[in-house]
Structures are given as C-alpha cells and as structure tokens.
Design a protein around this ligand. Structure first.
Ligand SMILES: [Zn+2]
Length: 230
C-alpha cells in the first residue's frame, strides 16, 4: 500500500513537470511569435512610407553629402534621429525651400545653427542646410523629411535651406553661396528651376524676409541658372 502511494506521488510529480515544460514551451513560442509580429509591423510602416511617396515618374534618390559646392565648403554635421526633428522618414525630393534664419545677432552663422540643431534644439523645427557667407552645414539627409515649411507638402517633399542674416555677415555672399548650393542640388536630383520655392509659398510666412522685401527672388533664380549651366 505504501509502495503504491509512493509510486502514485511520483507519477504526479512527473505529470506536473511535464505540464510545466509544455507551458514554458508554449510561452516561449508565443513570445517569439509576438516579437516577429512587431518587427513585421515596423518593416511594414517603413516600407509603406516609401511606397506612399514613390510615384513612378519621380524615383527615390538617395541623399548626396558633398564636401563642397562650386568651391564653398559643406560640413556634414548630421543630427541624431529624433521623432520631432529627424523622424528618419524617407521621401522623394520635389522642392528646394528657401528660408532666412531671421537671427541678426553678430556671429550667428551656419556653424552656430548646426550646433543649435545638434545640441540645443528643444523645438520641433528642423531643416537640411544652413548657408552663411563662407560655409554651409548639412544637418539632415536630403532624402528625409524635416520640419521647416509649416505645411505637410513642403515638409514632405522640400529640402529646407536657411540663409544666415547675422548683421556682421556679408549677405550678398550668403545669397551667392545659397545659389551655388541650390544649383548643385538641382543637378544632383534632376530638378528644374521651378523646384525653387520660398517658405511663404507653403504657409504664407514672410520668409525669406530680406529676399522677398527687396524683390530678389528672380535674381536668385537667375544666379542658380547660371551656376547650373557652368
Ligand atoms: Zn522660413
């Protein structure tokens, strides 16, 4: 009788151990499947982002990262991924959107704006290039969305280019350097002169203020054309 009880207890232990193994295995399988599902979800979102903005007539082009444009140095100081400023959303390029920083403080050139975007930006604003009278900084790859136009269309398809207006800078030189950058980008992405837009075109903001107030947009486009043709 005692021996039988002992065997019965032993049998029960084996059954419990067996059940535990089955439960553990099921748990591992469920967790593994869920993980696979998550990775599928991410891949799908990323893929659909490209598909949504991938018309056949405008193939996706990867961002350039030049060292210089027509002799003007371009520094690559690409900012970290960030849901507000650099969401890493891939897109095609349709527009080159001209802005001015409206920051007239002395010494606030392209490098200061690059450092601001890299280390001190607490807003959701972001753009691709800043140009001053002697150099250019590249902040976000051209094939990614940035938040500069105050408008979905402008942000989704535009390369944001900020011209510095620091009072100790030579604005005519900045204007010329920006025309060189725009000419370079027009060639790099097979765009035409009509791709040049201003911030005002998208949300009505008085930007780029100096260029618009002095009616210099056509002069800017002519300058770009002359560099494209050289
Ligand atoms: Zn602007």
């Amino acid at each position: 009788m005692q021996k039988k009880d002992y065997r019965k207890r032993n049998d029960n232990r084996i059954i419990i151990a067996f059940l535990l193994i089955i439960i553990m295995t099921l748990l591992i399988v469920v967790l593994a499947l869920r993980q696979e599902d998550e990775s599928k979800k991410v891949a799908f979102v990323f893929h659909s982002t490209i598909l949504d903005y991938y018309p056949i007539e405008s193939p996706f082009k990867e961002s350039v990262s030049p060292d210089d444009v027509y002799g003007v140095p371009v520094h690559q100081q690409i900012i970290d991924a960030n849901p507000d400023t650099r969401p890493m959303t891939k897109r095609i390029i349709k527009y080159l959107v001209i802005h001015e920083t409206d920051n007239f403080a002395a010494g606030v050139g392209a490098k200061n704006h690059a450092n601001y975007l890299s280390y001190n930006n607490t807003s959701t604003n972001s753009w691709h290039y800043t140009v001053d009278d002697h150099e250019i900084y590249h902040h976000i790859p051209d094939d990614e969305v940035a938040h500069h136009a105050g408008d979905k269309e402008g942000n989704m398809y535009g390369i944001g280019i900020e011209l510095c207006v620091n009072r100790d800078g030579n604005f005519n030189k900045t204007f010329d350097n920006a025309a060189k950058l725009v000419a370079y980008l027009i060639k790099a992405y097979d765009l035409d002169i009509d791709a040049i837009k201003v911030h005002r075109d998208f949300n009505g903001k008085d930007c780029p203020h100096k260029i618009l107030a002095s009616n210099r947009l056509d002069e800017f486009k002519d300058k770009v054309k002359s560099y494209v043709n050289t």
